[in-house]
Write a protein of this length. Sequence first.
Lengths: 49, 431
Amino acid sequence: MSAERPDPDVLPAASGAEAGDEVEEGSDEAYSEDEEAAVAARLEDLGYI
Amino acid sequence: MGRPRVCVIGLDGTPASYLRRRIAEGALPHLAELSRQGTLMSARAPLPPISSVSWASASTGTNPGRHGVFGFVERKPGTWDMTFTNVFTITEPQVWVRAARAGLRSIVVNIPGTYPAQPNDGGILVSGFVSPTLERSVQPPSLIPFLQERDYLIDVDLGLGHKDLDAFCEQLFAHHAARTRVLVDLLTDEECDLFYVAFTGTDRLHHFLWEQMERGEEPWATRFHEYYAAVDASVGELVARLPDDCRLILLSDHGFCRLDHEVFVNRWLERDGWLALEEPAKSIASVIPARTRAYCMDPGRLYLNLAGREPGGIVSPAEYEPVRDELRRWAEALPFVQRVATREEAFSGPHADKAPDLVLVSKNGWDLKGAVRTAELQGKGRLTGMHTQDDAFVLVRGAHPEGEADVQDVAATALDGLGLDAGELDGRVLR
């Protein structure tokens, strides 16, 4: 595994954000409250939670 | 731009060993032909070997210490609440983001961990698991009627797998047919440079029918193989529409094996004095921090209850190494553990400090769980297949690389096929 890594100030995030933008990590806002319940149910169906 | 220069087709969770066996038996003619045109390589998934982590590696070409995804769920910083990982968790650019920056157009369909769908710079993106609504899964949104006309579903009703296998199978086949219709029509009618898609019904099939297939239990074993015949036909339909010089990459994001036991790691921690839970426990929010030195997040991610990191953490930073060593020795002695990796062994990069302190790799048959709702140490429900880190596969048409592949090699190989530099990625270009 490479120890080298890109400069986060240079490369854009996968979300399409430009360098320097605030990127939400694990954001709650990605899922609404209703969506979170649906996500939890699907993950539970596959035994992940 | 015109016909794709690179096409990536994922078969979620398909083991290299299963493909080799079925091809040797004369099944899967399209995959068999492709395996004559390129080496069907065994591949290794990142840790932990689950789709959110592995697809982030396959699409960014980096290890989780760089892309930042370590599971489907994380502890929300500063709390004991859980949060769900999503596209914003991934902090490395995916192949299609890099392609867009180079002025190339991509079609991306059903890649796990891409919800909510982000604009794809003139291309198309349809999010995969876990996507609760179609409305926020499609970019551009004007594509939604096209998907609805083809009865596109993001996923099957997984609840059916727990209560009605017949209905589950019926939906699985219909869902696969709809997905194929969409992919074939997109590939036929849309111009793009990169076509990056996944079939995820294979993973669902394995979760609910792997053991039945292995035992030859009918009608499920036949259904299982019939499903793969449908997948093989779909691969054939897509490949037939590609130019001969298109770099074609097939992969699975992890392997699969029979599930014999579900292991509730937090209950083992509790039994041996590492963890205390408020009952009835529902999630890690039920952890009693003052009496907890370590806890587990799905599937085998062990974290110390570290002062300054976890709320109410009781392991001081000075105790970190000795306590982690003690936890590692404890874990290595568990009957279901094949090996234990430290975060330094498994991850490198800017997010390595968010990685689990230790990752358990289980023996085949023992499926590690972070759930705490059951008080049992282990059990077995309706799931009969489980993920493995090894026995994934990568196949690059026309390429015969030596050794084992890593799923992160897929992004590097795709970028290279687009004429873009892959040198800074963790993955290697498979030629």
